[in-house]
Design a protein around this ligand. Sequence first.
Ligand SMILES: [Fe+2]
Length: 328
Amino acid sequence: MSIAVASPQERLSERSMSTLEELYAETEAVNFTPGWVPRKKPVLYREPRPEFAPAHWRYDNAKAGLDAAGTLVDVALAERRNLIMRNPSPSADFETSRTLVCAYQMILPGEKAPSHRHSSHALRVIIEGKGSFSTVDGQKMPMETGDVVLTPGGCWHGHGHDGDQPAYWFDGLDVPLTQLLEPVFFDEHPDKYQKVERVVETSPYRFKRDAIAQRLDAVKPEVDGFYGRRVTLEAASMPTIGLVVERLDGGVQTRAYRTTANTVFHVMEGTGESQIGGQEFAWQRGDTFVAPCWNAISHKAQSDAQLFAMSDEPLLRFSKYYRMEPIA
Ligand SMILES: [Fe+2]
């Protein structure tokens, strides 16, 4: 004999609910939530309310930490010797902004970091490196000071160092986005270090410092005053992240604007100050600062400067969520 057990849905339809309290209790029990009840965090609001904060990370602090880690952390065991730039907002666990995470990383002469691959797209900007290299899908390429090197999602990648001084770089990834959407995959390479199939000087994965500088020399200044001369680094294989390099001549002050994108600025050259969401950050070469969604952005270069900007702008444009407006 089988016993019929009423499902929660059947129970709800059979009950009479004469008070709101009964209605809330019964609907919550079957995984509904009343849409008319005010919530601690509203579902919709008039304009963005970014939970992440503008923040600034100094390279000299990172370098001191990494140099200490050089004697304490073995890169072959730790996989990566890096310091993550965690946003100071209480909403952050490890993230730099809602969709992006950045870190400073260091490798010592002779070290090799094991190869792996992950769904998240990644890139690095080399702060100090001579003789360091990345191996991306079997192609070994130099990563030297001022270069930008891409490791798109799904590509095997590792790195090593044939030089004689420690190498340091900035890492940027869209891991928080991958976690939010949930397609996280990660594999260690079965050989630990992927075999080098080819040694290349140029690659679609490498933007050399000199080539970036030549492109910046050739581009016309922006006329609206929001940006300096800018070039986009094309990275079709990692469409969630927009990469821009911007040159600001010493003394230039840009007009303030805000956008719905989350942008991380990394200082490739020069010194200056930026106002981000009302906070002033005085920066120098190697520093990083973040402008989360809808925070006003303006820069003043003290000396000739070059900023690398990575953002989720392509993702917002794809979604038709992108908005940019001047701040009066
Ligand atoms: Fe990686």
